[in-house]
Design a protein around this ligand. Structure first.
Ligand code: HEM
Length: 414
């Protein structure tokens, strides 16, 4: 790490920066697009540049092919999910899975999401405290994706560790000493192998006895006579399970934190519960749960005024784009009535987040229920800390004090 901008990039991973990376991101956005390592690394932080790269046919998702291939793991290369593939393989695999995540299919999950949210808040009321992450933001999406896939509820504790290790390895290794990068890659390899072994057994069980779940549907899914191979099936299941574990939790926690810090916006939401979906949209813009992604320039790629040569790694600072004043006036203001459409928190183009309708619905219900049922919520002193992940960034602890939690019908619980 030599130049000030490379230093700023590596600062994003520092424990002191994690609670508020936005001043550093603003600096990087204003300097962007810029190139480092003789052009092998290009950084984009402006909304227009990132939106254009995400939709560009020369922007490859096969990150392992870049000149600066980050610490991709051996097993990830052997068994890539479609997140890391380009057309035509990406198109084929995504089409096989996408039916399960349409707006309509997801809307059918609403009663179940409401029931789980209600139960979790009632349990918190009985316990007399709400630690948002462990008591609401984490268990809700994890239960939903596990039920969708058909993963037994008693196996959840095993996934938590594997999933966190895989998520950790997705971070770009800015400034990591080689031995630390290797240790992360080894831990991810081990987690990936454990996941694969687990799903191999579960797939054998479902082949013998199909159930009404997504795993059974994926086993039999066909597209123009094509079926998922066993490795593709495993990579897809791991992708969905990790996405379901590590992203929506950040969205729910970030939204609740922003409301606690902006009591006028919380009061507005309480007076207008129909603004819950807008609150979620504004949170995605204001405090993105996935802070950055990357692409590889295939045969050269223009990023604003900077030309990225073949195989350059292009870092896209998604969280910086949400605060770009060119697109969002007064961008550091949290305003649930702003109409934040057009943010890039779910990316854009062919890899636009497949789980966006599900994440939006889960977060809208959770945030709406918290606003309507928790009386006089406050962030507890010392009640906030962040997990050590600069990319899938979010609190690992968020303690809310409250006067009471009412039942869904408005009566106190407990
Ligand atoms: C707030 C929650 C979420 C956020 C912010 C988020 C964000 C993203 C982003 C930025 C990408 C694009 C990555 C890239 O192309 O480089 C992505 C892709 C993806 N997401 Fe999400 N995600 C969320 C929730 C979910 C959920 C709940 C699921 C499913 C259970 C999911 C499944 C996927 C899949 C399968 C892809 C790959 C799509 C493709 O490569 O075609 N995501 N997500």
């Amino acid at each position: 790490m030599s130049t000030p901008l490379l230093q700023a990039l590596s600062d994003l991973a520092k424990p002191d920066t994690l609670p508020n990376p936005y001043p550093v991101l603003a600096r990087l956005r204003e300097a962007s697009p810029f190139a480092e390592f003789d052009g092998a690394l290009v950084v984009a932080g402006r909304h227009a540049d990132c939106a254009s790269v995400l939709r560009h046919p020369n922007a490859s998702s096969q990150r392992g092919t870049s000149l600066l291939a980050p610490a991709t793991t051996r097993r990830a290369r052997e068994r890539p999910s479609f997140l890391s593939l380009d057309p035509p393989d990406h198109t084929r695999l995504r089409r096989l899975v996408s039916k399960a995540f349409t707006q309509r299919t997801v809307a059918g999950l609403e009663p179940r999401i409401r029931a789980i949210t209600g139960d979790l808040l009632t349990a918190a009321a009985t316990a007399g405290q709400l630690e948002v992450v462990s008591q609401l933001a984490y268990p809700l999406p994890v239960r939903i994706i596990s039920e969708m896939l058909g993963v037994p509820v008693e196996d959840h504790p095993r996934f938590a560790g594997w999933s966190a290790r895989l998520a950790h390895s997705l971070q770009p290794g800015f400034g990591l000493p080689p031995d630390q990068a290797q240790a992360l890659a080894d831990a991810a390899d081990a987690a990936s192998a454990e996941f694969a072994g687990y799903f191999r057994e579960l797939i054998a069980l479902r082949r013998a006895r199909p159930q009404p779940d997504l795993l059974s549907a994926l086993i039999t899914a066909e597209d123009s006579g094509d079926q998922l191979t066993e490795d593709e099936l495993i990579a897809t299941c791991v992708l969905l399970l990790v996405a379901g574990h590590e992203t929506t939790v950040g969205l729910i926690a970030n939204a609740i934190l922003a409301l606690l810090r902006h009591p006028d916006q919380l009061a507005l939401l309480q007076a207008h519960p129909e603004l819950a979906a807008d609150t979620v949209e504004e949170t995605l813009r204001y405090d993105a749960p996935v802070q950055l992604t990357s692409r590889v320039a295939r045969g050269g790629l223009q990023v604003g005024a900077v030309g990225a040569p073949d195989r350059a790694l292009v870092i896209l600072l998604l969280a910086a784009t949400g605060r770009d004043p060119e697109n969002f006036p007064d961008p550091d203001r949290f305003d649930i009535r702003r109409g934040a459409a057009g943010h890039l928190a779910f990316a854009a183009g062919p890899h636009f987040c497949l789980g966006a309708p599900l994440a939006r619905l889960e977060a809208t219900i959770a945030v709406g229920e918290v606003a309507s049922r928790i009386v006089a919520p406050n962030l507890a002193p010392g009640g906030l800390s962040y997990k050590p992940n600069m990319n899938l960034r979010g609190p690992d602890r968020l303690v809310v004090e409250f006067a009471e939690i009412t039942s869904a019908g408005g009566l106190p619980v407990g």
